[in-house]
Design a protein around this ligand. Sequence first.
Ligand SMILES: Cc1cc2nc3c(=O)[nH]c(=O)nc-3n(C[C@H](O)[C@H](O)[C@H](O)COP(=O)(O)OP(=O)(O)OC[C@H]3O[C@@H](n4cnc5c(N)ncnc54)[C@H](O)[C@@H]3O)c2cc1C
Ligand SMILES: *[C@@H]1O[C@H](CO)[C@@H](O)[C@H](O)[C@H]1NC(C)=O
Ligand SMILES: *[C@@H]1O[C@H](CO)[C@@H](O)[C@H](O)[C@H]1NC(C)=O
Ligand SMILES: *[C@@H]1O[C@H](CO)[C@@H](O)[C@H](O)[C@H]1NC(C)=O
Length: 531
Amino acid sequence: MSFLSVNIFLHINLLFTRSFMIMLLSFIAIQLNLCFSNIPSSLTTINVNGHFSFTNNEFAAKDYGNQYQFLPLAVLHPKSVSDIAKTVRHVWELGPSSELTVAARGHGHSIQGQAQAHHGVVINMESLKSPKMHFHLGDGLPFVDVSGGELWINILHESLKYGLTPKSWTDYLHLSVGGTLSNAGISGQAFRHGPQISNVHQLEVVTGKGEVVTCSEQQNADLFSGVLGGLGQYGIITRAKISLEPASQMVKWIRVVYSDFSTFTRDQEHLISSENTFDYIEGLVLVNRTGVLNNWRSSFNPKYDEQASRFRSEGRTLFCLELAKYFNPDNIVETNEEIESLLSELKYIPSTLFMTQVTYVEFLDRVHTAEIKLQEKGLWDVPHPWLNLLVPRSKIHKFADEVFGNILVDTSNGPVLVYPVNKSKWSNMTSAVLPEEDIFYLVAFLSQANPLSTGKDGLEHILSLNKRILDFCEEAQLGVKQYLAHYATQDEWRAHFGQRWETFQRRKMAYDPLAILAPGHRIFQKGVLDL
Ligand SMILES: Cc1cc2nc3c(=O)[nH]c(=O)nc-3n(C[C@H](O)[C@H](O)[C@H](O)COP(=O)(O)OP(=O)(O)OC[C@H]3O[C@@H](n4cnc5c(N)ncnc54)[C@H](O)[C@@H]3O)c2cc1C
Ligand SMILES: *[C@@H]1O[C@H](CO)[C@@H](O)[C@H](O)[C@H]1NC(C)=O
Ligand SMILES: *[C@@H]1O[C@H](CO)[C@@H](O)[C@H](O)[C@H]1NC(C)=O
Ligand SMILES: *[C@@H]1O[C@H](CO)[C@@H](O)[C@H](O)[C@H]1NC(C)=O
């Protein structure tokens, strides 16, 4: 900065004219630029097959949540795993005094800046196209070998060419493999197959020291366990082998409505514990949605408008069970019989049964269809103050009484999902944080905020509702864990992990001792591992 001070000194007795001000400002700009350019210039010494970009990186400061915007210094667009390894190794070698951090960015669909790196390096995982998607069909169970930056929607389309499909999904498929495996990947198939992190054979990971490590249950098992559900804290997933099964062509997609929460959850729990059951089981809460049944039915399939209008929903809290059964056209008769038999065991309001038939891809990619409509109306790129909770089964009624009966006066800000899963289907060897009980419910408040509103549909109001829900869970000691959690302090993270914190921290010391990776979670601070 001495150059700047000399300049200021030389010009100090000049009159403060407009031109002088402009000159001074431009000097400051140049100086600041020089300051910051040290780090990028050190990055440019790394010999990569892909490239770094230092400008137009605004996209890397954005995510689906639309609430946090931290601009990185540089974005790496990698072409090979060694690009990623060299970059992390470079940052590792700069040591603890450098403030540089590294965030892998999958599809940027985090809610609170988890894939961002303030003044750090963001790695744009979608440009990593190696390995080329490769299917293993020989002896043993089929699997696909993919890049950690691959999107699930692409894996679906490619797998179907071999008549195969991954088993466990998320509700939305325009997400990356590395992004969902860093969390869990929970959807309506998890009751049967477990989450996505229970359906992975092997990973290739770049650790926080820049080492490339292959890991599985048999090989480097500690790293494998750590990385699955590990919030990107131990390494960057560059490659994954994902378990497959034969795919069906078609799906019967069913919705039925309940007015009583106990009946609804009893049926859900019955269905997830039956041997012979549906292939997908979820549920929705509808609080005081005037005419909503008509709306969601027509978005579901416009042909059924008339049938739908017989059921009035006004002012009530209703619970909608959503089911799917996969089938091939040649066994439609058996499928219909099976569905009839399964439905006959349920106690929904008979007039609310609604069934449609779609292709397997249409079913799995259903949220993207909604996305396109919202995009057209400019309603996709708005703030999304989401809250995802895992609620133990024994507390779900207490939770529902207060939250659906009292805190939420309507669900007009977005869908609220409620469905149970069985922990026995989850590998016990991952970093995912779960409630104590065997059966727990995923309760997802998927709100969108009107960016211009200060009212009921505004960000502040929705955030305050989320806080009321969390405060209630805390006070009533429901043993709830957040999924896709976000905390401001390490103490809160410590409480989140509970007795697993020690393991979490030990692994951080082993695989990313300078806390270079995934700074957006704000669990550890660069260079300061507090043990
Ligand atoms: C519309 C929508 C629907 C969703 N539905 C579901 C659902 O049904 N079930 C469910 O479980 N989740 C769901 N999610 C949440 C989603 O799984 C997570 O937000 C996920 O992280 C998004 O993936 P991404 O590729 O966009 O990740 P990003 O936002 O890019 O990254 C998320 C985190 O993972 C890290 N990361 C990214 N890539 C890698 C990598 N290769 N290696 C290591 N770390 C990495 C990032 O640093 C960051 O910390 C949904 C999200 C949206 C927006
Ligand atoms: C959960 O799964 C385990 C193991 O398969 C089973 O014994 C148990 O009955 C299941 N619980 C419920 C409620 O379905
Ligand atoms: C339900 O919504 C309507 C209109 O949106 C509102 O007037 C009414 O007060 C709400 N009822 C309850 C019980 O909140
Ligand atoms: C994890 O599950 C395996 C079986 O899948 C079991 O053998 C092992 O004891 C379990 N470990 C823990 C810590 O519960």
